[in-house]
Design a protein around this ligand. Structure first.
Ligand SMILES: Nc1ncnc2c1ncn2[C@@H]1O[C@H](COP(=O)(O)OP(=O)(O)OP(=O)(O)O)[C@@H](O)[C@H]1O
Ligand SMILES: [Mg+2]
Length: 648
């Protein structure tokens, strides 16, 4: 069986221990997650396993015939070939085998059949032929097309050169190559970062039936839950294995941490008491013996240390500068890349405090729309109008390019901070977990999460009342994601964002716009409503409002018949009544949303989730509330529909 075995591996960066004497086995049976906070050393360890960077000490034993393929977290380098050619390159490892086969065929064609050795040559030929067949070499184009399609590429993309694709898409190309080469063991460092929900689901399916082994880094718990059966955690430079899926690891982990904190507190109290005793009685001759023995005991205590990684980032967005009610007006916006239209006649208005999520598949044009709103992409038709007093802050999806290369963390922040904040930047860096010597690190060596944190901090240096965030949670560990979510929930300015993190969207968006194939739709409700509405449409229960709009002319014909004055009055009254009902329904729905949120929070309480009975009860009431919520939204939908019909 193929395997990679790490024995007593250690690696330091300067003073800092990244991995300390760890051992780990990965085989072609492994379905393993590598977890740990941002900057804990996961990518560094993956590079060691992939034998890209050597450790300071220890050994790596690998079965010679094992094929290991590695997807790095960043820094993909692609050839300038077409997409299909590049991905087919995953089979390059078969070229020597094919050459060998051709050589033998050549030899066979020249030797005399009766001559000795033909048999063994034929046997070898057969063997090679079988190896080529089994590798899927002859069907490589079809296999490449299947994987590319699963990861969201269109058939028109196949002939484009790989360098034309944006960073996120280049990662997918690299991922396609890794999957296509069908290795015994895959090392995947955050493959989910740039994938939308669809591609992520596809990859989930692919991995769940994958014959070989893999070790995967991801901060997506849903994804990990359905792909791995053990979790290796890198924590304080040590590895610990937890059997079971990701959720069960998280639960065990949380209990362990709680215990650790408890023990730590108890020990701190103990130490404080002993020190107190020593200080109080150190000059009393009668107590000299007891004081001495306590000093000794204090020396002997093995002190519990709280790991550095437990410290959370802490920040709030600065209060947004005052602005008018109208924040953003988009008028008749259209944008095309050559023939390819991504946005068509978009009209949109945002009022202060709204939180709009741009939904849609990868490549639909979400980042394009963001760049246009941010004023970076100026190649469009239509108008983008900021309200008076609007100051926008933009976070680009491409964190790799958002930082100045080869400067220190401190220099990067000092150079972008307004003068009055310069004296405070060290404190701010500390809140973003750049402590001690960390601030002298070069931007080149930062981990994915660290880069993201630094870019976020840059954004905070200039107070804004319109935040434009393109995938702000990419690379962030779960803790940091939560902190960002809380900070954004608290933020009273206006927000436009793109995210593939469902939890994040659900908890933040008050409005949804979906862009798809050059079309767009606005959903005047939160993300739950959007999903519900899409589901209803998919099942044919409700009509897609786009289709409905197309039907409008017909309906207008009917309404051309003049309404009598009385009829008009009746309609007005009915509309007023509907509006009142609507208001009531929405207030109720909002209340239930809050209740559901509270219940969900309760589920995270160890007291609840560790008791099957309590957890069950909470789950049950969540389900009841969700059903109620669904029926309220349904009611709202009906009211909306009737209102719409009446006003036509
Ligand atoms: N060449 C280097 N020199 C000094 N420090 C480095 C170097 N490379 C990485 N580091 C530091 O080592 C730590 C571990 O980095 P690594 O990229 O392995 O983290 P990670 O666990 O993958 O984090 P993330 O979840 O953010 O991707 C980070 O603090 C990083 O800044
Ligand atoms: Mg990493």
């Amino acid at each position: 069986m193929a395997f990679v075995q790490l024995n007593n591996i250690s690696l330091n960066f300067g003073e800092r221990k990244i991995v300390d004497n760890i051992s780990l086995n990965i085989s072609s049976d492994s379905k393993m997650a590598l977890s740990g906070g941002n900057g804990s050393g996961k990518s560094t360890l993956m590079k060691i396993i992939a034998e890209i960077n050597p450790p300071d000490s220890g050994e790596i034993i690998k079965d010679k015939s094992s094929r290991v393929a590695y997807l790095p977290q960043s820094g993909i380098v692609l050839s300038g070939k077409s997409l299909i050619e590049d991905t087919e390159g995953a089979f390059d490892y078969m070229i020597p085998v094919i050459e060998e086969k051709n050589r033998i065929e050549q030899m066979l064609s020249t030797v005399n059949e009766a001559t000795d050795g033909t048999d063994s040559m034929l046997e070898k030929l057969h063997e090679l032929q079988e190896a080529i067949d089994n590798s899927g070499y002859y069907a490589r184009r079809e296999s490449a097309a299947i994987i590319l399609n699963g990861l969201g590429f269109s058939s028109e993309d196949l002939e484009k050169t790989t360098t034309e694709f944006s960073g996120g898409w280049q990662m997918r190309i690299a991922l396609t190559r890794v999957l296509l080469s069908n290795p015994d063991i895959m090392l995947l460092d955050e493959p989910t970062n740039y994938l939308d929900l669809e591609a992520r689901n596809w990859l989930e399916g692919y991995l769940s039936t994958y014959k070989g082994g893999f070790i995967i880094v991801s901060h997506d718990r849903y994804f990990l839950d359905s792909t791995v059966n053990e979790v290796a955690e890198l924590f304080s430079s040590k590895i610990k294995i937890y059997k079971g899926n990701y959720s069960s690891y998280e639960k065990k982990r949380e209990l362990e941490l709680e215990q650790l904190v408890k023990d730590y507190k108890r020990q701190q109290e103990e130490i404080a008491k002993t020190e107190d005793f020593i200080n109080r009685f150190r000059y009393q001759a009668t107590k000299a013996k007891q004081v001495q023995s306590r000093i000794k005991a204090l020396d002997k205590i093995e002190r519990i240390e709280l790991p550095e990684n437990m410290k959370k980032i802490a920040f709030h967005f600065p209060p947004p500068p005052h602005s008018g009610k109208q924040v953003l007006k988009i008028e008749d916006l259209s944008k095309a890349y050559g023939e390819h239209k991504v946005i068509n006649n978009l009209d949109l208005q945002l009022e202060a405090g709204e939180k709009l999520v741009i939904a849609g598949r990868n490549g639909a044009g979400k980042s394009t729309l963001m760049r246009i709103i941010a004023g970076i992409d100026k190649d469009y038709t239509g108008n983008i109008i900021y309200g008076s007093g609007i100051a926008a802050g933009y976070f680009s999806q491409d964190v790799d390019n958002a930082l100045t290369p080869n400067v220190t963390v401190l220099e990067e922040i000092e150079s972008s901070a307004p003068t009055h904040l310069v004296p405070e930047v060290r404190g701010m860096l500390g809140a973003f977990l750049f402590r001690g010597d960390d601030i002298y690190k070069s931007t080149n060596v930062l981990s994915g999460g660290e880069r993201n944190r630094l870019s976020l901090l840059k954004l905070l240096l200039h107070p804004s009342n319109l935040l434009l965030l393109d995938e702000p949670t990419n690379h962030l560990d779960l803790q940091s994601k939560d902190v960002l979510l809380e900070a954004l929930k608290e933020y009273s300015g206006t927000l436009v964002f793109v995210s593939h993190d469902r939890y994040f969207i659900e908890n933040l968006a008050t409005k949804v716009i979906e862009i798809e194939n050059g079309k767009h739709r606005l959903f005047p409700g939160n993300y739950e409503y959007y999903l519900w509405r899409k589901e209803q449409e998919a099942e044919g229960i409700l009509e897609d409002s786009n289709t409905k709009r197309n039907k409008e002319p017909e309906q207008l014909d009917v309404s051309e018949a003049k309404l009598s004055h009385q009829e008009e009055k009746r309609i007005k009254n009915r509309i007023r009544k509907l509006e009142r009902e609507e208001e009531e329904v929405l207030v109720k729905a909002e209340k239930i949303e809050e209740e559901i949120q509270l219940l969900n929070k309760k589920m995270q309480d160890p007291d609840v989730y560790s008791s099957a009975k309590k957890a069950d009860e909470v789950q049950k009431s969540i389900a009841e509330k969700e059903a109620l919520h669904g029926s309220l939204l349904e009611k709202w939908e009906k009211i909306e529909q009737e209102k719409e019909e009446l006003t036509q």
